[in-house]
Design a binder for this molecule. Structure first.
Ligand SMILES: Cc1ncc(C[n+]2csc(CCOP(=O)(O)OP(=O)(O)O)c2C)c(N)n1
Ligand code: SF4
Ligand SMILES: [Mg+2]
Length: 297
């Protein structure tokens, strides 16, 4: 499907409180076009909760709950149970949470809901920090990145939440990027059609947090994939397959774009030393090798 063929309905309304160039509204716009109006969102504390706005106003044109930081998956479980009790089968329950609310504070609730087999779609938009409270480090912040709590660059490696999720043996896990809207749309539609727990994660470059110009959000998101810093894949029935440019890069048919150039576009990596850069690249290589093994390439 081409972008021009995406449904015309808009579920992210105009005049919302997002920053210019915000990746969240781009991602949610595409996701809700795929899911349609029979969708209930549950959103924990995050930039998305601010964009959603204060009751009784809302900028999302579907029923939306604003819930406590650690409760995205727990509240989705409650909604799913209630719908099941009422025999309502045609409503998609979506937990829409940031990386802080998913990798760190909501992880226990997420794991519980996955293990119980809750029929819902969990989507983590990953801007690699706690952006709503002023750019603090999260478990998803990459090695070397500046945040207000890692002044000299983060010294630890990212955790990989999607792999923790895969260990729950759920029917569908996928990663996406807002720079590939057709791919994001297709994966969201596919997830909607599967019963049980589904997990998706979308890379979401944030202009104030990553320190780049607001006109470059989609370019940064595209380069995340073309450099191999963010991998696009689907994990279905215990099988991992790469999608988009990731396939060609990991199968050796395409040279990745320069990761140095991509890092230089982001002020958060301004103080990377030569040694840091080497470590960053080494971590990437290790990740690629690991995923090649997972996909049995
Ligand atoms: C229990 C609790 N701790 C801290 C906060 C403050 N808080 C609100 S939003 C937020 C950051 C959320 O980060 P993330 O989940 O990554 O979403 P983003 O802001 O990046 O969209 C924090 C720390 C809170 N609301 N509740
Ligand atoms: S801080 Fe980043 S994620 Fe939050 S509203 Fe602004 S652009 Fe969007
Ligand atoms: Mg975040």
């Amino acid at each position: 499907m081409a972008i021009k063929d995406l449904p015309r309905e808009e579920y992210v309304l105009e005049g919302n409180a997002s920053c210019p160039g915000c990746p969240i509204t781009i991602a949610l716009r595409i996701v809700l076009k795929a899911l349609g109006k029979n969708t209930i969102l549950t959103i924990p504390a995050s930039c998305s909760a601010v964009i959603q706005s204060l009751y009784p106003k809302t900028s999302f044109n579907v029923p939306t709950l604003n819930v406590a930081f650690e409760t995205a998956a727990a509240s989705a479980s409650g909604i799913a149970a209630s719908l099941q009790a009422q025999g309502k089968e045609d409503i998609t329950v979506v937990a829409w949470a940031g990386d802080g609310g998913s990798y760190d504070i909501g992880l226990q609730a997420l794991s519980g809901a996955l293990e119980r087999g809750t029929n819902f779609l969990y989507i983590c938009y990953n801007n690699q920090m706690y952006s709503n409270t002023g750019i603090q480090r999260s478990g998803a912040t990459p090695y070397g990145a500046w945040t207000t709590t890692t002044w000299t660059g983060k010294k630890e490696r990212q955790k990989v939440l999607a792999e923790i999720v895969m260990a729950h043996h759920i029917p569908y896990v996928a990663t996406a990027s807002i720079a590939y809207p057709e791919d994001l749309y297709r994966k969201t539609k596919k997830a909607q059609g599967i019963r049980g727990p589904k997990y998706m994660e979308i890379i979401a470059p944030c202009p104030p947090g990553w320190r780049f110009d607001m006109s470059k959000t989609v370019e940064l998101a595209r380069l995340s994939v073309e450099t191999g810093a963010w991998l696009l894949y689907e994990f279905e029935n215990e099988r991992l397959t790469f999608t988009g440019p990731t396939r060609a890069i990991l199968e050796g048919d395409k040279e990745p774009a320069s990761v140095e150039d991509w890092l230089r576009m982001q002020g958060r990596f301004r103080d990377l030393t030569t040694q840091d850069l080497e470590t960053f690249k080494q971590v990437l290589q290790e990740r690629w090798d690991h995923y090649r093994k997972l996909a049995s390439l």
